[in-house]
Write a protein that binds this ligand. Sequence first.
Ligand SMILES: [Fe+2]
Ligand SMILES: [Fe+2]
Length: 197
Amino acid sequence: MAERNLSLIPTLVASPVEWLDAVFKDFDEFLKDHASCEKKASGMAMSVAAHYPDKPRLLNAMVDLAVEELNHYREVIRVMLARDVVPGADQKDPYIHQLNALIRRGPEYFLLDRLLIGAVVERRGAERFGLVAGRVTDPELRTFYDAIADSEERHWELFVDLAGEFYPEDDVCRQLAIFTEQEGQIMADQAIRPALH
Ligand SMILES: [Fe+2]
Ligand SMILES: [Fe+2]
């Protein structure tokens, strides 16, 4: 990400320690949700790709992202199979639903908001996978979650960079700051459960 952005973007509100406790109380349940989130992230990237066939840089980035998220999904499924955890049905994700409701529908804002909501979701994912990596004791799982956290960190920067390709830098920074604050409130309002959100 361009350095000029960083000083203007609020820091992420930290996830509560109770969330991490809940994850480690039922790690298998967390894995099921994690798999589901990766699958949905891949689908979201494909959906953006499908909506903007006339924007080659965006199309290319979203197709790459869809493949990467699908690879994450495959990796989580393998972790689950090794632990004899059976994937569950996808659950509703109120956090994502509430964030998507912030996307303004006007054509002048829609792509900006979609990309920046993508950025805040990826940023939260990076924070939480990093927390999981910091507590998990199994060395293979720690390596796995470290890699996932790094990947999601790159993704939120990618979304901000893409927004900067289509919108003025000031608009990107201002809207990202707004969404970051709103995300902090939405995150804090969620029920604590062994799930990514
Ligand atoms: Fe991912
Ligand atoms: Fe991601």
